[in-house]
Design a protein around this ligand. Structure first.
Ligand code: 5AD
Ligand code: SF4
Length: 490
């Protein structure tokens, strides 16, 4: 991921120009780059009793790569292991069980996983090495061929079986796999380790029933499964009791949520219920699919102050022709209609997006439509990607592949256009005050960083000490393309 900030306290007074990709003023990264993040710790438990320590004295190391869904899956896996008596350690060398939670969304991500598994080859003696997540599901037993020192391969749809798989290895099994996709259950855990002190994640829907032609997720995470609304509410209450004030609801298509319990709640009903939990001050949700994004979500944000002023609504392309080839199920015009609803809200709502350049057959005219969509949508930030052909996707064998250099050129042009949009928009925010949840500090201790409700990153000065975890008012004094500098309004 690109650097997450460009207006650090240190750069105040300089011209502030940054080489950082024009992506992340309103990003998905929780930590304030350049500042010390809050310490990691903590666990929240479910209602059930904890399994007796089956592996007392054993240790695990878990590395995570990929999206927020993966980060949160890892928190749950760590909770399951700790519930079985495993202790977390800081390096693979110290661990009895070494796990890698992987991503395969683009080719580069997959290559990185095999490179890391290569690093672990010399460590393997006497340890269990396991591959979890999307690459595990995608490659399956092939992983044993390419990295014979791996003994566990388990995709996210099979995590419920993890304790059983680990038990089989502990009692002498050589190789085990969990690769079923046909589960209709979600991954519920008795204990979830919480790695972020301020923002707690709750997965409300797993898998995906769309079939975007470029995307591995339906194959790696399986069909859509929503969690019962009362289980989600109960988890939100437990998190509030544990002191959390910010919750992020997660799902590949979070707004396709459909309560499987007799209540049959829609996404917006669940959203309002989570926001109503006493003690919760901020509720975020990601990622929304445009097809399931209805006006009632904007109405809820308008009416409920706890719902954050930010919507991540990936468009992928500005060309209706390419959107059709991508099987995105909406046109450019339909998408822009949804942007218009959001822009018409009573309070300003940040909008961010994902965009792919160089999809097979994308013409100059198609790409020009993506550029003009940037102008029309006026995103606060984008995450931009070069198309990467993936196994088990229908676009894999489409004709008219775009050459790599051309994809790179389009990506640079896209990011340059978006950067100019962000510079102009962010400049207008100088002088405004925002409520910031403080999540980082500079060692000098008078310099702080945090996120606004709209997920903007602000680094600021304050005469106060111990602001971590506090909500404070900050006035913006400087704007960069990706972040802001400000001062505490006391
Ligand atoms: N190539 C490039 N980008 C992709 N994404 C998903 N699949 C691919 C692919 N094959 C991007 C989409 C998605 C984001 C998480 O990753 O923009 O929204
Ligand atoms: Fe992938 Fe499309 Fe599902 Fe998103 S909606 S996870 S891009 S298939």
């Amino acid at each position: 991921m690109a650097k997450t900030f460009d207006v650090g306290i240190e750069s105040l007074g300089s011209n502030g120009a940054s080489q950082a990709a024009a992506q992340q003023a309103v990003g998905r990264q929780p930590a304030a780059g350049g500042l010390l993040p809050l310490p990691l710790r903590g666990a929240t438990g479910g209602d059930g009793a904890v399994t007796p320590a089956a592996s007392a004295g054993k240790s695990f190391f878990l590395e995570t790569f990929g999206c927020q869904m993966n980060d949160h899956d890892s928190e749950k896996v760590a909770g399951v292991l700790q519930g079985r008596g495993y202790r977390a350690v800081e390096s693979p060398a110290q661990a009895d069980l070494v796990l890698y939670n992987t991503c395969s969304i683009r080719e580069k991500a997959a290559q990185k996983v095999f490179a890391r598994l290569g690093d672990w080859k010399t460590l393997a003696d006497g340890k269990i090495i396991g591959v979890l997540g999307c690459l595990a599901q995608q490659e399956g037993e092939e992983i044993f061929e390419r990295a014979p020192w791996v003994s566990l391969v388990c995709g996210s749809a099979s995590y419920r079986k993890l304790p059983e798989l680990i038990a089989r290895l502990e009692s002498g099994g050589r190789r085990v796999t969990g690769l079923d996709l046909d589960t209709d259950q979600t991954f519920e855990t008795e204990i979830t380790r919480r790695d972020n002190l301020l923002r707690a994640y709750i997965t409300i829907i797993e898998g995906c029933d769309y079939a975007c032609s470029y995307c591995v997720v339906p194959h790696t995470r399986g069909p859509e499964r929503s969690r019962a609304s009362d289980a989600v509410q109960a988890e939100a209450r437990r998190l509030a009791d544990a002191g959390y004030t910010e919750i992020q609801l997660l799902g590949q298509t979070v707004n396709s949520y459909r309560d499987p319990s007799p209540r049959g709640w829609k996404f917006v009903e669940l959203l309002r219920a989570v926001a109503a939990v006493p003690g919760i001050r901020r509720v975020r949700f990601t990622t929304s699919h445009p097809n399931d994004f209805h006006r009632e979500i904007v109405d809820a944000i308008d009416e409920v102050p706890e719902l954050c002023d930010h919507v991540h609504l990936p468009v992928q392309s500005g060309s209706t022709r390419v959107l059709r080839e991508m099987l995105r199920t909406y046109t450019r015009e339909e998408y822009l209609q949804k942007i218009a609803w959001i822009r018409a809200a009573q309070r300003p709502i940040s909008i961010t997006s994902d965009i792919i350049v160089g999809f097979p057959g994308e013409t100059e005219a198609d790409f020009a439509e993506t550029l003009s969509l940037l102008d029309a949508a006026q995103y606060d930030a984008i995450f931009s990607f070069k198309y990467s052909p993936r196994p088990n996707t229908s676009a894999m064998h489409m004709p008219d592949a775009i050459p790599e250099e051309e994809k790179s050129r389009r990506l640079a042009v896209l990011n340059e256009r978006q950067r100019a949009i962000q510079i102009a928009a962010n400049e207008k925010l100088v002088g405004q005050s925002y409520e910031v949840l403080v999540d980082g500090c500079h060692p000098a201790r008078t310099q702080w960083g945090g996120r606004t409700s709209c997920n903007r990153l602000i680094n600021f000065t304050s005469p106060h000490v111990n602001l971590l975890g506090e909500y404070v008012q900050v006035k913006v004094t400087r704007a960069g393309p990706n972040s802001f500098a400000g001062e505490h309004v006391t």
